[in-house]
Design a protein. Sequence first.
Length: 337
Amino acid sequence: MSAKLDRRHFIAAGTTALAMPFVVRNASAQSTSQGTSQSTWPARQIRMICSYPAGGQTDLLARAYGEFISKQVGKTVVIENKPGASGAIGTAEVARAEPDGHTILCSISTTYIMNRVVMKNPGYDMDKDLTLVSVIPGAGLLLVANPKTGIKTLEDFVAFARKSGKVNFGTYSVGSSPHMTINELNKQYGLNIEPVHYRGEAPMWTGMLEGTLDAAMGSYTAAQSVLQSDRGTVFAVHSKKVDAIPTIKTLPEQGATSKFFTVSGFTGWAVPKATPQPVVDRIAELCVAANSDPKVKEVLATFVLEPAIGFKETNALYQRELPIWIESAKSLGLEPA
């Protein structure tokens, strides 16, 4: 049912980067030959701060897009990993940077949206401190059941939850999309599912492999260990279909009605708020142009992701999904840390 994905060369590259920043260099002296002045962007080296660890999806996207940008503008792009506090540490650093386009953030929707709900003081204000430039819409997240449960559809899952009274449903963190999905399903169907929170997808899927979970939810790529060993059955996808498993219906297609099941989440780039709009537009154009680059295509395919979208499309998506995320997150009843 699932395609085999080889991610070893990506992970190896990311692991090496833990020891030292990844530097993308343009072999030619393109900027010198073109006589780039201080009044044009970029006038010097670009820092792209990734607010998550090396070797993961966000990091590998930053490196692929960063390399393409470097080749196009003739300046070095240095990828700096600044993980911690759900992306807040690296994001706060970018928010304090000079608004000239030479410091760019690469992060995910948790950082851009969820932190405003679950953190009292993340160190930045998305509305006042940052401008979203371009995003890669999220892939469809899979809902996977232990084959022993006999669950093959959302209807089966609801029936199982009502009959058993207790469901061990894995998530990869408190306040994550799986956590909110459980909450929304509980509300609609009158269930009492208690989430089992793990510190990331890898240990969560290990729990599924070991048979300690009845169900779990996460990305197609990370779920391969479970799916290829026949330790899990996909019974739904969150909000959008996954091309590799086109027969699996979304939650809305199976009767789930929450608005949260219409959002996708995203990975994307942001700059300090006062960055001139022409520079913002240029960075966005480069992110979109990078979609045709072979290395970028390979990373996108590895994680089953759509291409990056432009500035206007990015902010339309953000404004559409923001209130839905916030409403769903607040309904969890989490107290900001």
